[in-house]
Design a binder for this molecule. Structure first.
Ligand code: WTA
Length: 635
């Protein structure tokens, strides 16, 4: 018997020990007892981090939508699978039962088929947070098409890059989206992007805001009339355990985003098992994660993990401050939310507002609170604990990544004693290691180092789409026989982990991963810019904000600097999206460089963060004099 549901600390340790001593037996029991298979596996695990190659449940056959929908129909057919809470509180919320979800997914799957989509084809989904977004993911999975969701805040250029990288045949979008009091014309962003994509044959358009939009003859089709004609049953495609389920892009330290590939069986088993335990989900609970399905958090913990457990999961379309800053708590009261999972950046923004927005609502339904995406500072943790959890609901600070597919280091609520700013202990099956700069593992407690994982886990990304070499170099080359996370961490006196932040060229702004390279590439497109470097600096709400150092050409020097600043942010918005805009732009005559020509971002980061007492040795720089100039003119 597997310990599917961990209920106290001793049990956690017992389960953890078992998961490490005999990982294959451990995962096999869970897979066997809690999922529906068309055929069982030949081997639980094969792995070789040197290649790197990892497979879980090789030889097994299944369809993840049978696990997320079909098997619940008997016992939970009328139970609500998805609650949709619209942007505008005056619009009625929608309750979609498992039966209704079954019908929606099957019809949508038949529409995809009628448009020529087959197993293995890539489908790009660029939608706001509406039920059709979740249904589109599941419809792809039903027929074995690989979905690639692009967050609907990305620009047309960023969208086109992602569509082309994975050769998507179809785009699913909408006539627009609501965002607080504003609307966004998503369809024209898609139209613009598609000017540089020749792979896309069909665009399916969901009607959401009733905007009048351009429909390109032969390419663009309204979804609803196709659904109206579609049959409500679509036999699930039988997938192999290691068939790709989806691609999701994440930023890296070079310009090109990395299309992380997740496969079917391992991803399903891990997201379902983590969901159950990290949120201590019980049958009657109503779970709400405020992330966007455009990010991994939404894939794993709005759609697949909850539905695989037959849970009720909330999809909310709006923003935390519309119509006012009480919106989150209004939703908690209205739907009697039991588990609430959000980002530290949202907590910090909410904590700045008057407490009356919180006090107006009854939050007594809450049992477990969660955070994800970036380190949570102590002040925000306490605000969340005191005012939202009323010191009764444990906070799970969950550390994980797009690459890991599921939660890796986290407290188990009601089992693991929490500690502010600590993600605490590894989830069963996860074997973390801290490494020093010489590639040696650092043993013992009260130490810090680079965070690696020593052993495979079922939901790890298997490759980067079209570029296995980059996968190897990014994750398996820094330390021998280890997966390198790119994060730094410390381990305290009792073995709790605290994530200290990225040690590479990725900056986390409001919980979004941004690589320095694509932003610098965008800035350098400005005709007056000669060179640029960006770094992160601490920001009250966003955690980090972006600081740009820019060298202007002569043509730029003579211009009004504030106008150039605006133009730079405009270009960034066009290339990546508004999330990557710079908060501060300092013009400088040079950038500190090593003798091999590499920009010393460490120095720039310290100056931008006002930590100039200890800049380290600058004498080895190619141009040490520029450091003083930059310090004198810091913004
Ligand atoms: C950071 C999000 C501290 C970390 C699921 C990681 C965190 C990156 C935490 C992945 C946390 C995520 N505490 N830092 N609880 N959770 N991070 O791919 O730097 O969007 O490497 O996945 O976010 O971000 P991603």
């Amino acid at each position: 018997m597997s310990n599917y549901h961990i209920k106290h600390l001793e049990e956690y340790f017992q389960v953890y020990r078992k998961s490490v001593r005999n990982p294959e037996v451990f995962w096999e029991e869970i897979a066997e007892e809690h999922f529906m298979w068309r055929k069982k596996w030949d081997a639980v695990l094969n792995w070789d981090f040197k290649k790197p190659e990892v497979t879980w449940f090789q030889g097994a056959q299944l369809n993840i939508t049978e696990n997320c929908i079909d098997r619940h129909l008997q016992t939970r057919g009328d139970k609500t699978a998805i609650v949709f809470e619209p942007n505008d509180p005056k619009e009625k919320a929608l309750h979609i039962s498992y039966k209704e979800l079954y019908e929606r997914v099957n019809k949508f799957a038949n529409v995809l088929k009628s448009q020529g989509i087959k197993k293995g084809d890539r489908v790009c989904i660029y939608l706001p947070m509406i039920p059709e977004l979740a249904v589109a993911l599941l419809a792809c999975a039903r027929i074995g098409a690989i979905h690639s969701v692009v967050f609907a805040g990305f620009s047309s250029t960023a969208l086109a890059t992602r569509i082309n990288d994975s050769d998507c045949k179809m785009v699913i979008t909408s006539d627009g989206s609501y965002r607080g009091a504003k609307t966004i014309d998503l369809k024209s962003i898609v139209d613009e992007g598609l000017e540089s994509c020749s792979c896309v044959e069909t665009v399916l358009v969901v009607k959401r805001i009733h905007n009048s939009i351009q429909m390109k003859e032969g390419r663009d089709k309204w979804l609803q009339p196709l659904l109206d004609e579609a049959y409500g049953e679509c036999a699930p495609e039988i997938m192999n355990a290691e068939d790709p389920l989806f691609i999701l892009y994440t930023s890296g330290s070079t310009g090109m985003p990395k299309g992380m590939v997740h496969t079917t069986a391992g991803y399903m088993v891990y997201t379902a098992y983590t969901f159950k335990n990290v949120f201590q989900y019980k049958e009657e609970d109503v779970y709400w994660c405020t992330a966007d399905i455009g990010w991994i958090t939404g894939h794993s913990y709005i759609v697949y993990g909850p539905l695989a457990n037959g849970a009720t999961t909330v999809i909310s379309e709006g923003v935390p401050n519309y119509p006012d800053w009480g919106r989150f708590w209004e939703i908690v009261e209205k739907h009697k939310i039991t588990q609430f999972y959000t980002a530290p950046t949202a907590i910090r923004a909410l904590a700045k507002e008057n407490l009356s927005y919180v006090e107006k609502y009854d939050l007594s339904s809450l049992k477990v609170l969660g955070t994800v995406g970036e380190p949570i500072n102590e002040e925000a943790w306490h605000w969340y604990n005191d005012n939202i959890g009323k010191k009764k609901s444990p906070i799970v600070d969950t550390w994980w990544q797009t690459e890991t597919g599921g939660i890796m280091i986290t407290p188990i609520p009601f089992s693991t004693p929490t500690k502010p700013t600590y993600a605490t202990l590894p989830f069963p099956g996860i074997q973390p290691a801290l490494m020093d700069e010489n590639g040696q593992e650092i043993h013992g407690n009260q130490v810090d180092g680079r965070l690696c994982i020593k052993f495979p886990w079922p939901s790890m990304a298997r490759t980067i789409w079209g570029n296995h070499q980059r996968y190897k170099e990014t994750y398996f080359s820094a330390f021998e026989n280890m997966y390198f996370t790119g994060d730094g961490a410390l381990r305290d006196e009792v073995g709790y982990y605290r994530i200290t932040g990225r040690v590479d060229d990725v900056i986390i702004v409001s919980g979004h991963n941004l690589g320095t390279a694509p932003i610098e590439d965008a800035i350098n497109e400005h005709p007056a810019v000669a060179e640029s470097a960006i770094v992160g600096f601490p920001h009250d709400i966003k955690g980090n904000a972006l600081y740009g150092y820019v060298i202007l050409k002569e043509t730029g020097e003579s211009r009004d600097h504030d106008n150039v600043r605006k133009e730079i942010n405009q270009i960034i918005t066009e290339h990546i999206g508004p999330i990557a805009k710079l908060d501060k732009i300092q013009f400088t005559s040079g950038l500190p460089k090593t003798r091999s020509g590499k920009i010393m971002r460490r120095i720039l980061r310290k100056i931008a963060s006002n930590e100039t007492e200890n800049l380290g040795d600058t004498s080895t720089l190619l141009n040490p004099e520029v450091v003083q100039e930059i310090m004198d003119n810091v913004l």
